[in-house]
Ligand binder design. Structure first.
Ligand SMILES: NC(=O)c1ccc[n+]([C@@H]2O[C@H](COP(=O)([O-])OP(=O)(O)OC[C@H]3O[C@@H](n4cnc5c(N)ncnc54)[C@H](OP(=O)(O)O)[C@@H]3O)[C@@H](O)[C@H]2O)c1
Length: 412
């Protein structure tokens, strides 16, 4: 068992039922003595407690010990509501106890209307900030730890540090997710009432040792399309960067950094940084792993913006071809469906941002928290995804020989 940090606070953890939050919860239980209060969406306190039991079981992948159960408190709460929808008494009790907030809840959808994304990601964060402000008057409140995203940097190119934030113009961001995560950060950075630390993971994928995940978003969407022979073309120069890190690395990193003296730094990157792989490496490696698993992947060609625009126009015209041309119509309609599925991820095939992680890497490697080489990591998560048919086949279908076979390596 790893030694426990001194962090003996009462941590209010939001988003514990989510992909990253569950890992963070398990890490807090394993490496700190903190009491953890988790607000969860539920229609009754009983349902909140039931969600808590199921979440803890899943996060630990075993029955919790009595001590773990006793340290974890589940309360009905919705970050979108004023005071999280708590009764006056619950609000006061929680404010009196909470010495750290770890705000992990968010909507991670790329395609929500701005107002909706703002309500969850910005107004929700304001409600937590209110809690922090009251807590700081009632006890020795330490810090508001906020989980953001490296992509709060928007469409910036080149090397950016973890405190870089572009202005709030729609054109600076790929979608409402990035924009509202940046707004929440700005709001927290601009206030001076309580101390804030911001964690910015890049794309969070499966575990670093065996690639396990039950979250099949972001990186896994184009991966699945390639594996299912549904992605003949992708708009990219091939040199665009894909920065991805393991969920275990991020959870361990956040909890480790929470207990550290951060000096004057507010933002922390949990990213692959200079080690990020390219879109071309991603496509080549995914295709090779498919072939190893006797799947026939797409022969995905990377094309420039002009060809991509011509293709999308051609598909749209074909989908509206007259009924007398049924083959053209069918091709167009299939094409449109594929483009719709790929649309939220298309802007990420042109990323040229490098997320500087030199300081965080040094701090975390001192605690033996490290990411494997990015291409090795990609091989691990792609092998898990493809060998389990993206979660449809049971876990034991993972072909262990694959993971220990000859490395595929850099194939760009
Ligand atoms: N996944 C990534 O690649 C990635 C990358 C960078 C940063 N992040 C950041 O990491 C954090 C966690 O992301 P994730 O991937 O773990 O997302 P997730 O699996 O979708 O989890 C989101 C969590 O937020 C909770 N939540 C959403 N709206 C809520 C509300 N109104 N009230 C209370 N809880 C609410 C959800 O609760 P329910 O169970 O009730 O839905 C769930 O626990 C987010 O802040 C995200 O921006 C994620």
């Amino acid at each position: 068992m790893r030694p426990r940090q001194k962090l003996a606070d009462t941590v209010l953890l939001t988003g514990a039922t989510g992909f990253l939050g569950g890992r963070v919860l398990a890490e807090l239980l394993a490496t700190t003595s903190a009491k953890i209060i988790c607000p969860v969406r539920a229609t009754s306190q009983q349902m909140a407690a039931d969600r808590g039991v199921a979440t803890l079981l899943k996060a630990l992948d075993r029955t919790p010990t009595p001590e773990e159960s006793a340290r974890t408190h589940w309360v009905r709460g919705d970050i979108e509501e004023h005071r999280l929808g708590f009764s006056d008494q619950t609000w006061l009790d929680i404010c009196q106890q909470t010495t750290r907030i770890l705000h992990c809840a968010a909507s991670v959808r790329f395609d929500l209307p701005l107002e909706e994304a703002h309500h969850i990601n910005v107004t929700g964060t304001e409600h937590l900030l209110d809690l922090g402000r009251v807590a700081s008057k009632l006890n020795n409140f330490e810090c508001f730890h906020h989980v953001s995203t490296a992509y709060s940097a928007g469409t910036a190119s080149g090397l950016v540090d973890a405190d870089y934030l572009p202005g709030d113009a729609a054109g600076n961001f790929r979608n409402t997710y990035e924009r509202t995560k940046a707004r929440a950060e700005r709001m927290l950075r601009d206030q001076t009432d309580i101390e804030v630390a911001i964690y910015r993971p890049s794309i969070v994928g499966g575990t670093t040792d065996d690639g396990q995940t039950d979250n099949w978003n972001v990186l896994y969407a184009p991966m699945r399309m390639i594996a299912n022979n549904q992605l003949p073309v992708m708009p990219s120069s091939g040199l665009a960067l894909v920065d991805s890190v393991g969920v275990d690395y991020v959870a361990r990193g956040i909890v480790e950094l929470m207990g550290r003296d951060r000096g004057d730094y507010v933002g922390h990157h949990l990213t692959a940084g200079p080690d990020a792989f390219t879109v071309q490496q991603f496509v080549d490696l995914v295709r090779r792993i498919c072939v190893r698993h006797d799947k026939k992947p797409s022969d995905t060609q990377l094309i420039g913006p002009a060809r991509w625009a011509a293709l999308t126009t051609g598909v749209s015209l074909a989908a509206r071809a007259p009924k007398s041309a049924p083959k053209v119509r069918r091709w167009g309609r299939l094409g449109e469906r594929g483009l719709r599925g790929f649309a939220p991820y298309a802007p990420y095939t042109g990323v040229s941002t490098r997320f500087d992680n030199r300081r965080e890497r040094l701090m975390l490697s001192a605690a033996e928290i490290e990411m494997p080489a990015a291409i090795e990591y990609l091989e691990t998560i792609a092998t898990f995804a493809i060998s389990t048919d993206f979660g449809r086949a049971p876990k034991h279908a993972l072909d262990v020989a694959d993971r220990h076979g000859a490395p595929i390596g850099v194939v760009a």
